[in-house]
Design a protein around this ligand. Sequence first.
Ligand code: SF4
Ligand code: MSK
Length: 629
Amino acid sequence: MYDATESKKIAEARALDPTDQEIIAKAIDDGVETAWDRLADQQPQCGFGQLGVCCNRCAMGPCRIEPFGKKPVRGVCGANADTIVARNLLDDLATGAAAHSDHGREVVEVMLETAEGKSQGYQITDETKLAALAAEYGIKTAERKKEEIAKDLALAFMEEYGTAKGKLQMAERAPTKTKEVWKKLGIVPRGVDREIVEGMHRVHMGVDADYTNILLHAMRTSLADGWGGSMIATDCSDVLFGTPVPIKTRANLGVLSKDKVNITLHGHNPILSEMIVKAASDPDLVKRAAEKGAKGINCVGMCCTGNELLMRRGVPIAGTFLDQELAIATGALEAMVVDYQCIFPSLPQTASCYHTKVVTTSVKTKIPGAIFKEFRPDNAYDTAKEIISLAIDNYPNRNPDRVRIPAKPIDMMAGFSEETIRKALGGTYKPLIDAIVTGTIKGVVGIVGCNNPKIKQDYGHITLARALIKRNILVVETGCAAIASGKNGLLVPEAADLAGDGLKSVCKALGIPPVLHMGSCVDNSRILVLAANVANELGVGIGDLPVCGAAPEWYSQKAISIGTYFVSSGVYVVLGIPPKIFGSANVTTLLAAQLQGITNACFAVEPDPLKAADLLEAEINRKRTALKI
Ligand code: SF4
Ligand code: MSK
């Protein structure tokens, strides 16, 4: 046990945001274990694993390669460090691409069932986007009902997953010059599932042993995610739930309510969270909450499903990946409802220290100790009501003596979809391009990705974003990076005062923040589309633009896929956490140097966010010079 001063000191080292610090200290005082404690318990972490040179792929292993040139230099099968590192990377990347793409598939399935009248509570919301997508896919719209069009579109999306077509329609959005690079490298994605399955085949023992060949397939798989599965997830969600427009809301653990039933929606897919929020205003449930002594039902978001909700509905967001245990540790949470991805298996253990019920909803994500309520499109509204009832009935179990809710949620603005940004600029990117040409805005950096307890929560995101906007670099964000900026006050128009004079003048004129929240992890596809549209207006490739990416606090396999589809599309990416590749000098050189000669972009690793800002600015200047601006 620590005394209060010690808990506070530990909390300050773990997180940047004072509201997080407050609850981390409470968790320590309550004796609740969190990811930070488990990271400490894991020290020292395996050096072979960190370098990527261990292989547990087959029953002749596990094998590991001695990283300093001594024996063993090969696994039992003869695989060397290059093969093992590249194979592990492809394995991780394919896992991430599968996660995004399978999420996309579920949204498509809901769209199909909705079009066929088989789903419960969903509808086709954005007919303009539906029509635009139908045109892209050559689907007739004249004199047809929206459901008929949506059905054809859902089936066309499903074809993107298979192998029959041999190419992705979505990837046609990329500029010609970018697609030429893919063709030259032989990495044009042929089908979402196809590339992921082929990746799994290649990493089987005795298949691909050539690190270059493995990494090229990793690039193709990532493109099938970014320009396929993720893009479908984004566009299909927009059709079903609406394309985001600027919206104001609030962020941090202070969005929990002291006198309402609190439900946190955590995970990734909007099909669950949208329905829970819809059902939360059901008069029967509102009445039931009142009968239990609550003043209402307070749904709040967390991680990317939270992003989906806040950008379309203005639902407040309780926090990022590392806030999931903290939300429970407030003692004020009646239910933590999850779908999938980024869910700590520890949640039921954390919840057992308080009254919180953890509810899993996907057959793909069952967690021992959680309550499972299967959520399907055909029973969505009824199940949503059942889950909310469970939370309401748990309200009387809240122990007020163990509750602490931070006092001050922070105002934020979100909802900057590509369509919204384009519209705000007058339907063309010319004003943005002009601002970049004159140097009023030097370039654009997408800061994306997670939290990782290896770095002080949100420190990497916020330090980098502040440094970039000061240098007149516009920042666009998704995922937990965007939530971090919300919690730390960068997503309000007034934050323009923190920017350099050029960026500040543009933000003030448009009434926008200098950091734009563009959505969830799958919505990195919105950044790709934005970059593609700007490049198309200029008649160049994405790799020619002064556009970069950064993932200062990433942890997830999905982030590996995101970083790789950025680099494969021509966007230089700086990672704050080292990927597990340094056991192979060849793999490292290919990813951190050689790729630049091919896609005009590569990876860099820089844990210090201020030094990362220097790298990103230098890359933006390099591209500006090449464009002669
Ligand atoms: Fe060892 Fe090769 Fe099997 Fe990997 S695939 S565990 S290196 S024998
Ligand atoms: S939720 S993948 S922790 S961004 Fe998308 Fe956050 Fe990373 Fe999950």
